[in-house]
Design a protein around this ligand. Structure first.
Ligand SMILES: *Cc1c(COP(=O)(O)O)cnc(C)c1O
Length: 378
């Protein structure tokens, strides 16, 4: 099989048999004609069930993650919601204690009385994980690097323990992407993506996906619920995602290099108390990240000053970094994370999260240098 860069460079480029177009067209049709015998010769009948651009994206994502099947959803959270709905209550999900705040929010607003319980666990602490496992545990939900503290979980170690207890393991691979991390090869059963981030890569698509190591079992139930409920990615978003993916290898390389330069600069700055970035040798997860990832990603968090006001003041002064949530686009973003995550959150008040884009690294660094002036060193 071709290497991942090659698969990405050709994503969404199946020669169109009608026109020989190199880039596949967008099929907006919601309905597909039957043959005289009543069958659907291309397998498509109605676009809530399946549609050509979405199927092409799903096949590509399954290949990139080394999975057997993939389902693409209208958002990362729609993918998360459908997977959780597919579990058989009573069920318990062990959730990384600093998993994406949207998942913790979903647990509260959608599943509080569903017979599905969530238990927050520090997945970087194997003893704590073993203590948290119970006979009701059906699923272990990991995110590495985590958001926004960039904690690193040893996927292989946790997956081994989970397997022995008969649980499924999901890894949210939004931050690392299949270029940097291959969770299924390390023993995970499912990979979740917010396509909105690095895969689509241009802050103009909302989408999500679940890739499964096994196309039977829970995946079939996920597919049934997706078709029944209609949480599907539309053709244009699928096409745009594939278009974004074609340049992802180059984007990620430059974005990771920018993040590394920014992290080193911040680490040396007297006003910065702490930098969370796994490439830094002092980071608790540095050894595990070096082993299981190809690079350290393009997200950096840092703590600055002594209050939320001071941190917000730093963010208020950037001119290259945009003050916005989300990540993975070509433009760099800076965000005061505690104010978007509702309490109770583990995120320190003084923490700013950065998504590094494709600007020249010297412009990024001088922007931060300007923003950090007059902040008292701690
Ligand atoms: C953004 C994000 C999600 C949610 O995805 P949406 O596409 O916004 O619904 C889930 N996990 C992580 C790690 C994310 O960054």
């Amino acid at each position: 099989m071709n290497k991942i860069e090659t698969i990405l460079a050709h994503a969404g480029c199946k020669i169109d048999p009608e026109t020989r177009a190199v880039v596949s067209p967008i099929h907006l049709s919601t309905t597909f004609e039957r043959s005289i015998d009543g069958s659907y010769p291309k397998g498509f009948s109605y676009s809530r069930d399946a549609s050509p651009n979405r199927s092409m994206l799903e096949e590509t994502l399954a290949t990139l993650e080394g999975g057997a099947a993939c389902a693409a959803f209208s958002s990362g959270m729609a993918a998360a919601m459908t997977l959780i709905q597919a579990l058989e209550p009573p069920a318990e999900i062990l959730l990384a204690d600093d998993a994406y705040h949207g998942v913790r929010h979903l647990a509260e607003v959608a599943f509080a009385h569903s017979g599905i319980r969530f238990k927050a666990v520090d997945m970087t602490d194997e003893a704590a994980f073993k203590r948290a496992l119970s006979p009701q545990t059906q699923l272990v939900w990991l995110e590495t690097p985590s958001n926004p503290l960039l904690k690193i979980t040893d996927i292989r170690a946790i997956a081994n323990l989970a397997k022995k207890a008969g649980c499924l393991v999901l890894v949210d691979n939004t931050w690392a992407t299949p270029l940097l991390l291959q969770p299924l090869a390390l023993g995970a059963d499912f990979v979740l993506h917010s396509l909105t981030k690095y895969l689509a890569g241009h802050s103009d698509v909302l989408g999500g996906a679940l890739v499964a190591a096994d196309s039977d079992g829970l995946f079939q139930r996920i597919r049934t619920l997706q078709k029944a409920g209609g949480a599907v990615l539309d053709p244009f978003s699928a096409w745009l995602t594939l278009r974004g993916m074609r340049s992802m290898a180059a984007r990620m390389r430059m974005q990771c290099a920018n993040a590394k330069a920014v992290a080193v600069f911040l680490d040396d700055h007297p006003a910065v108390t702490r930098v969370h970035y796994p490439a830094l040798p002092a980071h608790k997860g540095h050894a595990t990240a070096s082993e299981q990832m190809k690079d350290f990603g393009a997200m950096v968090s840092f703590e600055v000053g002594s209050s939320a006001e001071e941190a917000l003041r730093v963010a208020s002064r950037t001119r290259v970094f945009r003050r916005a949530t989300s990540l993975g686009g070509t433009e760099s973003l800076i965000e005061h994370r505690a104010s978007i995550e509702a309490p109770p959150t583990l995120t320190p008040d003084t923490l700013l999260r950065i998504s590094c884009g494709l600007e020249h690294r010297e412009d990024l660094i001088s922007d931060l240098q300007f923003a950090l002036q007059d902040i008292d060193s701690c």
